[in-house]
Design a protein around this ligand. Structure first.
Ligand SMILES: [Zn+2]
Length: 148
């Protein structure tokens, strides 16, 4: 999915979370929106550079996996139960943003399920980073990027 779509989804989910937390705490906290937006971009911010540097054979490994979500939510739970509840909520919002990214990327469909279940689903299908960059770089650099 295009990055602008991830930004819009991250902002939308962030504002919904902020509204829900306003009902709970009666305080407006824009850090919720920023954390959710950051989480919505984080999988591509981590995985795409590693893929372009040819450290992973695929651009959707690691931060696009369920195990990454489990780690982030486990950190949030640890922070919550160790008394750092405000920070736990921020980390949880990062996790929810990551989940929105994975859902928007349709990681559950058979084409991507191996990456979503990584490292438990066996060997990944690999891609050539040069082919991926040649395919996506013109879209990122062009005006058409804004349309998506
Ligand atoms: Zn992605």
């Amino acid at each position: 999915m295009e990055i602008i779509a991830h930004i819009m989804i991250g902002l939308g989910v962030g504002f919904i979370l902020m509204f829900v937390l306003v009902l709970w705490s009666m305080q407006i906290d824009y850090r919720i929106v920023i954390a959710t937006l950051f989480g919505a971009l984080l999988p591509d911010l981590i995985d795409k550079p590693l893929f372009i540097l040819n450290l992973f054979g695929n651009g959707r490994v690691g931060a696009h996996s369920i195990i990454a979500l489990v780690v982030v939510f486990a950190i949030a739970a640890y922070l919550w139960y160790s008394g750092h509840r405000e920070l736990a909520i921020i980390v949880m919002c990062v996790g929810i943003g990551m989940l929105s990214h994975q859902l928007a990327d349709r990681m559950w469909i058979p084409k991507y399920i191996d990456e979503w279940l990584w490292p438990f689903a066996g060997p990944l299908h690999t891609q050539d980073p040069g082919v991926w960059v040649a395919k996506h770089l013109p879209n990122i650099l062009s005006v058409n990027f804004i349309k998506y």
